[in-house]
Design a protein around this ligand. Structure first.
Ligand SMILES: [Zn+2]
Ligand SMILES: [Zn+2]
Length: 317
């Protein structure tokens, strides 16, 4: 029996309308978070260490020796080898075409993201922008999703600090939802309107950027970091803006660390290139538990009101 090896596909759940990516070959990927005892992984087995560059295909090194590294994801959730597109009158299936990149954020296995030098974090922004431009240079790509999973309950599988950049041929549901909200707001920028009303929940602000704990924070210590200028994606940031954003990310992550102790978090870019409605922002979502049945219903539980978080944030330095 000669069967084509499974290359992954996207199926739509006909009950809820959710799309599900069935990945390929990911079971073989290295895992640092198999159990609590190996929370921090093992630098010895880590594929992102110096001297193991040949394990992944590098697109670009930054620094000599390298301090940042952009490469192809060895275990992509979307890829340019695709199974044939198939559809019936009941089952919906998409090809999982796309591009998956990884940035190794630091050569140091145990360095925390907020401990990285300011100037390097600015270069990290430049490298993310470069990776996104690379993905968008393929005209089939409509949305690039950039994120960091950090810690055992963030959904991440490797401890070594890294960033993922994934180009999809469709717009992800969260951005579609946000576009719908903007549409219902008569097309006006919801973030700029929010800023006028979120004064009491502002965490940090300067001339270029602002960070606040949103009124309806879905997570304890939830924050939004945005440039003040209305831009659609990371590729349009100016140097002075990346400087502010990098500083704000560092400040928030390090104070969260002091407030909550060691914890998992997700850092997510919300953006859509060439969409004039979208105002680019970065979301930091501290994670203290896995999603339960409540969250699976679409309703979130949060035991820390954002006002309280802002107060604790201001008391910490
Ligand atoms: Zn490592
Ligand atoms: Zn705006």
């Amino acid at each position: 029996m000669s069967e084509i090896p499974f290359k992954g596909e996207i199926r739509r759940d006909y009950i809820t309308g959710s799309d599900v990516i069935f990945t390929f070959s990911r079971d073989k990927r290295p895992k640092d978070f198999r159990s609590e005892e190996v929370m921090y992984g093992n630098a010895e087995n880590c594929p992102f260490e110096y001297g193991k560059e040949n394990l992944n295909t590098t697109i670009k090194f930054v620094g000599e020796p390298w301090k940042l590294r952009l490469m192809y994801n060895k275990y992509p959730i979307v890829n340019d080898e695709v199974t044939p597109y198939k559809n019936s009158d009941f089952f919906t299936k998409y090809v999982n075409y796309g591009h998956s990149y990884v940035i190794v954020d630091t050569p140091e296995h145990s360095q925390r993201f907020h401990e990285i030098d300011d100037s390097l974090l600015q270069k990290w922004f430049d490298l993310v922008a470069e990776a996104e431009k690379l993905a968008y240079s393929d005209k089939k790509i409509r949305h690039v999703y950039t994120f960091r999973n950090s810690g055992s309950i963030s959904g991440g599988s490797l401890y070594h600090p890294h960033t993922q950049i994934i180009g999809f041929t469709f717009i992800l549901p969260i951005i579609k939802q946000e576009l719908e909200i903007i549409k219902n707001n008569h097309g006006r920028c919801i973030l700029e309107e929010a800023l006028k009303k979120e004064k009491e929940r502002v965490l940090i602000e300067d001339d270029e950027a602002v960070a606040f704990a949103p009124y309806g924070s879905r997570f304890r210590g939830h924050s939004i970091i945005m440039p003040k200028r209305h831009i659609d994606y990371v590729g349009r940031l100016k140097e002075k803006e990346t400087k502010s954003l990098a500083k704000f990310i560092k400040t928030i992550l390090s104070r969260n660390y002091k407030i909550f102790g060691s914890h998992s978090y997700n850092l997510i870019f919300h953006e859509l290139k060439d969409n004039k409605k979208i105002h680019f922002y970065i979301e930091i979502a501290p994670r203290f538990s896995n999603f339960g049945a409540m969250e699976l219903s679409g309703l979130y539980l949060n035991s820390l009101r954002p006002e309280e978080y802002v107060q604790r944030f201001n008391e910490t330095n």
